[in-house]
Write a protein that binds this ligand. Structure first.
Ligand SMILES: Nc1ncnc2c1ncn2[C@@H]1O[C@H](COP(=O)(O)OP(=O)(O)OP(=O)(O)O)[C@@H](O)[C@H]1O
Length: 309
């Protein structure tokens, strides 16, 4: 039986007259990586603060590991790690000293938790660097190290790849995937880096103007992406007519290529190649293109019209 680790029920948050979150109900199961996508000001940080009990909802509930967050059970936080916005570290203390402070707060003993987390985040080289001298990316990694040091069951991360270079993003992605897939850690993550999310998450939710406008699994997301087959030949108009005669949905695009959107053609480009060769119109290029998460996201929030096929 699946275990729901993070749940919100009709969560609503108002500031004065302004409804910042409206009826957000979502559940994240054990071992899932739930990606939360939204434009600036959509309400991502607000929901993360509500999940962590930093602010109170106007109405609705938040449950972590089946327990209500506002029930005041301090034991709950022993199983949760978090990173919210720019991580704070004591600037004049080294990376190791900052982690020692977290260990004391979390009542962890010995140096092993620190050594392990430094290794996990590839920060060992910087262990004696003062926090104020770290690059933005390494400061972010220190924030992640603090979130992970006590091996939490639930990780709540606001924009965790902020400031990281591509190698750092790759490392963090591998680390989070390993934690979720091999150690059953449940991860709730918000990010603007949409491509990054599509490579990492098992489910996504799209929030827009305080409402959860879509929620789906990674495989459903994959199905929802638009795909098209691009075809180039020497005699483009003749090829278009031939494909249209055969019943394919095809049009000549502004980029001078034929755009075929029939599912059959996308699944079997080799049959399109064969058809064109037999008609004396051999293709010089055949390429199946999948929509990016970014384009899908913009389409979902209605900022990119006309692309729906
Ligand atoms: N304390 C507050 N008082 C009034 N309005 C607030 C408060 N905190 C947040 N808001 C408003 O709530 C909305 C959602 O903010 P939130 O920080 O959750 O967005 P976000 O999706 O995290 O955006 P970003 O990606 O820019 O961080 C914004 O319009 C913001 O101005």
């Amino acid at each position: 039986m699946s275990e729901i680790m993070i749940q919100t029920q009709n969560l609503m948050k108002r500031y004065g007259d302004r409804k910042v979150l409206d009826s957000i109900s979502l559940s994240v199961e054990k071992g899932e990586i739930f990606g939360f996508l939204g434009l600036n000001g959509a309400g991502k940080t607000t929901i993360i603060r509500l999940l962590l009990g930093m602010i109170r909802p106007t109405s609705g509930d938040v449950l972590l590991n089946g327990k209500r967050v506002d029930a005041g059970d301090p034991g709950l936080w022993q199983r949760v790690g978090y990173l919210v916005e720019t991580p704070y570290a004591y600037p004049s203390f080294t990376v190791r000293e900052n982690l020692e402070i977290v260990c004391r707060l979390r009542q962890l003993s010995g140096t092993k938790p620190i050594d392990d987390v430094l290794e996990k985040l590839k920060l060992t080289f910087y262990e004696h660097t003062k926090a104020k001298d770290l690059s933005l990316g390494n400061a972010q990694k220190l924030g992640l190290a603090k979130a992970l040091i006590h091996n939490p069951d639930i990780l709540i991360l606001d924009e965790p790849t902020n400031g990281l270079d591509p190698a750092g993003i790759f490392q963090v992605r591998q680390l989070l995937q390993d934690l979720a897939h091999n150690h059953g850690v449940t991860i709730f993550i918000s990010s603007h880096i949409l491509e990054e999310m599509s490579k990492m998450v098992t489910r996504i939710g799209i929030i827009h103007q305080g409402r959860l406008i879509q929620e789906m699994s990674a495989s459903e997301l994959n199905q929802a992406f638009h795909r098209r087959l691009w075809v180039e030949t020497q005699q483009i108009e003749a090829a278009r007519a031939k494909l249209a005669d055969e019943g394919y949905a095809v049009h000549l695009s502004e980029n001078g290529l034929l755009e075929v959107i029939s599912e059959h053609a996308i699944r079997h480009p080799e049959q399109i190649a064969q058809l064109l060769v037999h008609a004396g119109l051999p293709p010089t290029l055949l390429k199946v293109e999948e929509e990016s998460l970014e384009s899908y996201f913009l389409r979902s929030v209605g900022m990119m019209g006309g692309d729906a096929k």
